[in-house]
Design a protein around this ligand. Structure first.
Ligand SMILES: *Cc1c(COP(=O)(O)O)cnc(C)c1O
Length: 375
């Protein structure tokens, strides 16, 4: 059994995929070929946001948003403490300061109460300018955007949606990548919508930001190719990856249904024995991960070992919260800053999750987890 089986997906899409790849190879147009623009309009239609700019990876997508907002030294950006490193890394890479915010243990997403507390603290201390919030759609579940937006409005903050894991999620009729003033996603192979290498995209309704980002991702280009009006970077999505993503997008709606069926089946079997991930009313997850919560680190580690013995892979996302990362050691933070996040890092375990898991495989994993916990 695979944790995320990309091979099975390829086997099911093989004829269309091989043809799409062959078409790019014979076109000879490897950078900014027509599939890139076609994909951008397909993605912006799906998400329901007017502008989509593809780029080289999800980290760049986040960074390009911060560049468009001119986030830099002296700015505070509020980031959940429990996330993948890139969410906070981009803030520091811009010379700004990440302020870590605790998460809600039931959804793993940023806790609006602690967010407002940290914003007020930062404003009171007065050494940094409170500038933006990065809300992460962790494990595929959109963050709780209604209160986040209220806080942003009260304190004059921008909202950047880190939907690297969130593509396909929704709140009511609104899809992930439409909640932030700018949203960023990743097409890393194991994400809900993944390509066969690195890729990313930025979404916004603001045409000026979209134009700025289009410029930043091609060396700060102006009107013409060798006209450079600002310092940018080289961050484009390859034509080949765009063509691959076009094929994957066609399969995406049915894959989204399939992962939700897997999640429902896991939860039916496991919710009486262990903490299962909670999806609030009217929210839809794209299930980048299905993550259960054990009682202690020793129980979690023992379960992982027992699963491994039965040939079942599992992963710990994430074993180390942001405030304990060596790269942020100079901030001298302790678990007191984000106690829920600290505790989750000892308790979480992500089970195999992908659209091509069979009912038998899901039942086998659930049975092993139950057998372990009954001991
Ligand atoms: C994967 C991920 C990123 C970075 O995406 P890459 O394409 O790997 O650069 C950023 N934030 C989160 C939450 C992620 O999971």
């Amino acid at each position: 059994m695979q944790f995320r089986d990309l091979q099975k997906q390829y086997q099911s899409l093989k004829p269309q995929m091989d043809e799409a790849i062959a078409r790019v190879l014979s076109s000879g147009s490897f950078i900014q070929g027509s599939p890139v623009k076609e994909l951008e309009s397909q993605l912006s239609d799906y998400v329901g946001v007017s502008h989509c700019v593809t780029c080289a990876n999800g980290t760049d997508a986040l960074r390009l948003a911060l560049m468009a907002w001119n986030v830099g030294p002296g700015d505070a950006v509020f980031v959940p403490d429990f996330t993948f490193f890139a969410s906070a890394e981009v803030v520091a890479a811009q010379g700004a300061t990440p302020v870590f915010v605790d998460v809600d243990p039931a959804t793993f997403n940023i806790d609006p109460l602690d967010l407002e507390r940290k914003v007020q603290q930062t404003i009171m201390e007065g050494s940094l300018k409170a500038k933006a919030i990065i809300a992460v759609d962790l494990f595929g579940l959109p963050a709780y955007y209604m209160p986040i937006r209220e806080i942003a409005d009260i304190y004059g903050l921008l909202v950047l949606e880190d939907a690297a894991q969130g593509f396909g999620g929704a709140i009511g009729d609104a899809r992930a990548c439409s909640f932030g003033d700018i949203a960023a996603t990743s097409f890393f192979p194991a994400k809900p919508l993944g390509c066969y290498g690195d890729g990313g995209a930025v979404f916004t309704r603001n045409p000026e930001w979209a134009d700025l980002i289009r410029s930043y991702c091609v060396h700060g280009k102006g009107q013409e190719k060798y006209d450079n009006v600002r310092i940018g970077t080289n961050s484009r999505l390859d034509t080949l990856q765009a063509a691959i993503l076009q094929v994957k997008m066609n399969a995406f709606p049915s894959e989204l249904q399939a992962v939700n069926a897997v999640a429902t089946r896991y939860t039916e079997q496991l919710s009486s024995v262990v903490e299962c991930p909670k999806v609030p009313e009217s929210f839809l997850s794209s299930w980048a991960q299905y993550t259960i919560r054990l009682q202690s680190q020793s129980q979690r580690d023992a379960l992982q070992a027992a699963l491994r013995e039965s040939g079942i892979p599992s992963m710990v996302y994430y074993p180390r919260p942001m405030h304990l990362q060596a790269a942020f050691a100079h901030m001298q933070l302790s678990d007191d800053c984000c106690p829920n996040s600290a505790q989750l890092s000892h308790q979480v375990l992500s089970l195999p999750m992908h659209p091509y898991l069979t009912t038998e495989e899901v039942d086998l994993v659930a049975a092993k987890v139950k057998a372990f916990l009954a001991k």
